[in-house]
Design a protein around this ligand. Structure first.
Ligand code: G6Q
Length: 519
């Protein structure tokens, strides 16, 4: 158990002698030294409330939890998605196989099989994209949750890399305004529709598919020539006769980990082209290998996971703000909300026992500098301490920039990032209590050269592995989602009341809400 380990006790003791960043201890030397270089990214963690003794105890904790071995077991395809002794998904977790497609060297049989399946789909995608050429100008992706958030975040992040003349749209919410809004702006004759549902039975997605099919038919366009399915083999959506093409995903890739499978691949291949999609996969694969093979002290996602655990379990900070200083990462915090909270928002451990310690924090965020002009007030002076993870890039995506009053916009962006990191850590004394900044707000910076497809793939995988490492150390199952399943079942029950339009005792509480519609 996480809180019965020797290192847990040591860390608890160390948390009583906290590193005070306000007393001149955030020095240039500390900033120089507390940097870990990994694939595509450097992690600058001088503004975290840790010292060498705490770091050593955190790495001991990872060692006691066998975090590195568990990452190896995951990537080798061992069955880790389970709750021992109880009915559970009982699956391997191999999203890493979806990018191990460039002459995979894995010897583990399950991982090898998964990589071969993934390679088959990628080859299919390459031929499909060649075949359609420039026939279509627009693509609509219909999907929700994991079949929307990650792919959408990647698509938005790569706008400057989109092929000219191609537009991508997303419909996820079952709110009819979502579908109508998109349908207003496209010409069905020139539009591909990718329907993405691993289970093939998600209410929102199937409803939106029918909604869009009807509109195509009304415009005299046969959906068969335009609709593509991405789904699980043998799912209710696995009916190639209804689609222009069908691509597959498997049980060993969880929804929120599926952006690099065909769930994101078909749309991204269309948007940025096949080669750039491959660059995303290469970037992610590099981070996968790093997470699996780098020694703990050099392991970027592991260090980040441990710093998060320090803040969560020993400084008792319940939320984390992720602030990219990059407009392109506008949708990335929304993806990370799902990735982290659906994975680690768990209250029982892998053996089904209630956790006696805190697990996943609340994750939220918004790009900087915009956030600075809104919720940063609470971050600087609120009664809760919010740890921050900043993401920054040395260069902008579009290479054009302008020198205004001696600095470029990119320099202004980065100086805001660094200034915030320092101010939050160091604080500010003042005789006026309203102008006092207490400081000691822990934060770290993930820094890369430029947000291109390769770097974005690495960023995506970095967060996946950070979340997985935290789950391994907390001894929880990061790969199931009973809370999300519950919502799907309940919605179906109340929907049955709408459909029957008559009194029924099927779900009395739901009926009470429905009655309110007529008040
Ligand atoms: C992801 C979740 C969830 C899922 C959606 C869509 O990890 O399980 O967000 O992705 O509910 O599911 P389908 O792809 O099966 O439609």
């Amino acid at each position: 158990m996480f809180d019965r380990t020797k290192s847990f006790e040591t860390l608890k003791r160390l948390s009583h002698q906290l590193v005070d960043l306000t007393q001149g201890s955030l020095t240039p030397q500390r900033i120089q030294e507390m940097v870990l270089q990994g694939p595509s990214f450097d992690l600058l963690y001088a503004a975290e409330r840790v010292n060498e003794e705490i770091l050593q105890a955190l790495f001991d904790l990872a060692h006691e939890a066998k975090a590195t071995e568990k990452m190896g077991a995951m990537q080798d395809g061992e069955i880790i998605n389970e709750i021992e002794g109880f009915a559970s998904e009982h699956r391997s977790v191999l999203h890493t196989a979806t990018r191990d497609v460039f002459g995979s060297k894995t010897a583990a049989p399950e991982a090898k099989k998964a990589a071969e399946l993934a390679k088959r789909e990628i080859d299919k995608l390459e031929h499909f994209l060649e075949k359609i050429g420039d026939r279509y100008t627009d693509l609509i992706q219909i999907g929700i949750g994991g079949s929307d958030l990650g792919p959408r975040a990647l698509c938005v992040a790569l706008q400057p890399f989109h092929k000219p003349g191609r537009k991508v749209h997303f419909i996820s919410n079952v709110d009819p305004d979502d579908a109508n809004g998109v349908l207003e702006s496209i010409d069905p004759k020139k539009t591909l529709v990718v329907v993405v549902s691993k289970s093939g039975n998600t209410l929102e997605t199937l409803t939106n598919e029918e909604f869009v099919r009807e509109r195509f038919k009304k415009s005299g366009v046969d959906p068969k020539g335009h609709f593509i399915a991405v789904t699980g083999e043998k799912s209710p959506m696995d009916d190639p006769s209804r689609y222009l093409a069908s691509f597959y995903i498997w049980d060993f890739v969880g929804g929120r980990y599926s952006a690099t499978s065909m769930v994101g691949g078909v749309m991204l291949g269309f948007a940025v082209g096949f080669d750039q999609f491959k660059a995303i996969l290469r970037g992610a694969h590099e981070m996968d290998v790093h997470a699996k093979e780098a020694a703990p002290r050099h392991n970027l996602p592991l260090l980040s996971a441990l710093l998060g655990i320090w803040n969560r379990n020993f400084l008792h900070l319940p939320t984390v703000a992720i602030i990219p200083y990059s407009q392109a990462l506008l949708r990335f915090p929304a993806h990370l909300q799902q990735l982290d909270m659906e994975s680690n928002g768990k209250r029982v451990d892998k053996q089904g026992r209630p956790c006696t310690y805190a697990t996943g924090p609340v994750i939220w965020g918004e790009p900087g500098t915009n956030g600075q002009h809104s919720f940063y007030q609470l971050i600087h002076q609120g009664t809760d301490i919010i740890p921050l993870e900043f993401i920054g890039f040395r260069k902008s995506q579009y290479t054009t920039d302008l020198d205004i009053q001696g600095t470029t916009s990119q320099e202004k962006l980065l100086s805001n990032l660094f200034a915030q990191s320092i101010a939050l850590a160091v604080g500010q004394a003042n005789a006026n209590p309203n102008k006092v900044f207490l400081g000691n707000r822990p934060n770290r910076i993930l820094l890369a050269d430029r947000l291109d497809p390769h770097t974005l793939g690495a960023l995506l995988a970095y967060y996946e592995h950070k979340v997985a490492f935290q789950g391994f150390i907390w001894n929880i199952n990061s790969f199931d989602q009973e809370g999300v399943q519950l919502g799907k079942v309940l919605a179906e029950k109340i929907l049955a009341l709408f459909a029957s339009k008559e009194d029924s005792d099927a779900f009395t509480l739901g009926k009470a809400y429905i009655n309110k519609l007529n008040d």
